[in-house]
Ligand binder design. Structure first.
Ligand code: AKG
Length: 269
């Protein structure tokens, strides 16, 4: 990370990496999703994510799709590349520490026009959540669950999608309930504008959520959640048989790096 990037991540609780995926990689990824469009699960009214907020409600739920890492080649390739992308690794090594691991399986958030938003959530506030936190100590970052959101389509101003409350990862007070529902203090909520191929890294300590999708072009965002090598938020999974040496290093179960934990170095291809 550059000094500017460190400053911005510490200031805001998130950072944008431009152009992580190439146009060719996105074309393969989007075609692979198109071919499975009918398997995208659209959220039902009973499982609404909008928390009853008129500012977050939509005409229908958001779409979710998983399993892309295990799709046959070539469909899986851009997703596997994104998981331990050489440009991503130096950021995660610094934000989570060497030996970081994939915690939640990669999933796609798919939203078309009118899809509902998601109430804002994050773990900053008066209590300490040992799974999701942001600490800066002894000259380095210490983070709990950390998200990488790779955009497969453009996100323009006013489209909706991922929003954050910049700086909230360091907040000492709970986020006001109406603010979580986007009913108050909206000027403090920032929609993250991106080009297709960009990636947003944010700590789950940062209060974040989703605004309803307003664009006629669909939203497609790949979300992967990582932790430090010694931590697990969800139960650890077996390293899949398709994982090559590089991917195996980030799909290892949680344990101390002292115990010969495989580590992906910044410059390792
Ligand atoms: O829409 C997004 O990118 C954020 C989604 C999110 O925070 C969640 O699903 O928990």
């Amino acid at each position: 990370m550059t000094d500017d990037e460190r400053y911005l991540f510490d200031l805001n609780g998130y950072i944008v990496i431009e152009g992580l995926l190439t146009p060719d990689e996105m074309a393969v990824a989007n075609a692979a999703i198109d071919a499975r469009e009918d398997t995208i699960r659209v959220g039902t009214r009973e499982h609404s994510l909008s928390g009853g907020s008129p500012a977050l409600e939509g005409t229908h739920g958001r779409g979710d799709l998983g399993g892309m890492l295990a799709w046959p080649e070539p469909d899986c390739l851009p997703f596997r590349r994104a998981l331990a992308h050489p440009r991503l690794v130096p950021y995660l090594n610094e934000i989570l520490g060497k030996g970081f691991r994939v915690d939640h399986q990669m999933g796609l958030v798919s939203m078309d026009k009118g899809a509902e938003g998601h109430t804002f959530h994050g773990s900053s506030g008066p209590g300490f959540d040992p799974n999701q936190y942001y600490i800066f100590k002894n000259g380095r970052f210490h983070n709990g669950l950390t998200v990488v959101a790779v955009q497969l389509t453009d996100v323009n101003p006013g489209d909706g999608g991922l929003v954050v409350i910049p700086g909230s990862h360091k907040s000492n007070f709970p986020c006001p309930p109406d603010m979580r529902k986007y009913l108050a203090h909206q000027e403090n909520v920032r929609q993250i504008v991106c080009k297709a191929g960009d990636a947003v890294i944010f700590t789950e300590a940062t209060t974040h959520g989703t605004l309803p999708w307003t664009s006629g072009r669909p939203r497609r965002t790949l979300l992967t959640r990582y932790t430090a090598g010694n931590m697990a938020y969800v139960p650890a999974f077996e390293t899949p048989e398709w994982a090559d040496e590089r991917l195996s290093k980030v799909m290892e179960a949680p344990y101390h790096t002292r115990l010969n934990r495989p580590v992906l170095e910044d410059d390792e291809d």
